[in-house]
Design a binder for this molecule. Sequence first.
Ligand SMILES: Nc1ncnc2c1ncn2[C@@H]1O[C@H](COP(=O)(O)OP(=O)(O)OP(=O)(O)O)[C@@H](O)[C@H]1O
Ligand SMILES: [Mg+2]
Length: 227
Amino acid sequence: MSTILEMQDIVKSYYLDAEELVVLKDINLKIEEGEFVSILGPSGSGKSTLMNIIGCLDVPTQGKYVLADHDVKDLDEKELARIRNREIGFVFQSFQLLPRLNALENVELPMIYAGEPPQYRQKKAAELLERMGLGNKMRNYPNQLSGGQQQRVAIARSVVTEPTILLADEPTGSLDQKTGEQIMDLFEELNNDGRTIIMITHDPNIASHAKRIVHILDGHLSEGPVH
Ligand SMILES: Nc1ncnc2c1ncn2[C@@H]1O[C@H](COP(=O)(O)OP(=O)(O)OP(=O)(O)O)[C@@H](O)[C@H]1O
Ligand SMILES: [Mg+2]
């Protein structure tokens, strides 16, 4: 296995009215390719802040972050965007599908940005939706899909360009328990195919689907089972 990301002594502070709020405190974290890791912690513990740094949407205040052999501090905005597109597929609690595109077109979108030809895009998006049990919903718009179906479309969209890491922030947060479990089955399947998954959650039941659990509490990380 090779290391896909490594954080050393990461600190993240926010400044409001010249007052410093230290949200992440000396974070050390190493994740290997193919792992399924959940980051578990209560509201306000710093989960989304950590996710934004992992996903190169934000940069740390201090410390070293290496993603896919690149030290992010050496990268400019354009290079950060490039590494983000190549290495990371994002999934959010609120799905974030484009309302004016149907399921198939939503999944095609990242491949348009990647410059793939139309026929290839449609075939690949259709295959993936088929695999996710949405073969008969491809022409539906987001408001014509259930929450669980929308999340499956969002997951298809996030993995269609085959990023190294699937990075999910509360992916089951707006779903009922049964639908949440179905999404976890899908994550386990994607992980069995070799995809690295990093999933952020406040729910111990959801976290327990991962093979490794990292707890975050008040900006500090610790490893261990659900307790
Ligand atoms: N842009 C910002 N500016 C100032 N403070 C912020 C900013 N973003 C987050 N914070 C603060 O950082 C702390 C951690 O926020 P974060 O969003 O990472 O928590 P979280 O663990 O994701 O919580 P939740 O489970 O509610 O989503 C909170 O106290 C929050 O108020
Ligand atoms: Mg959050």
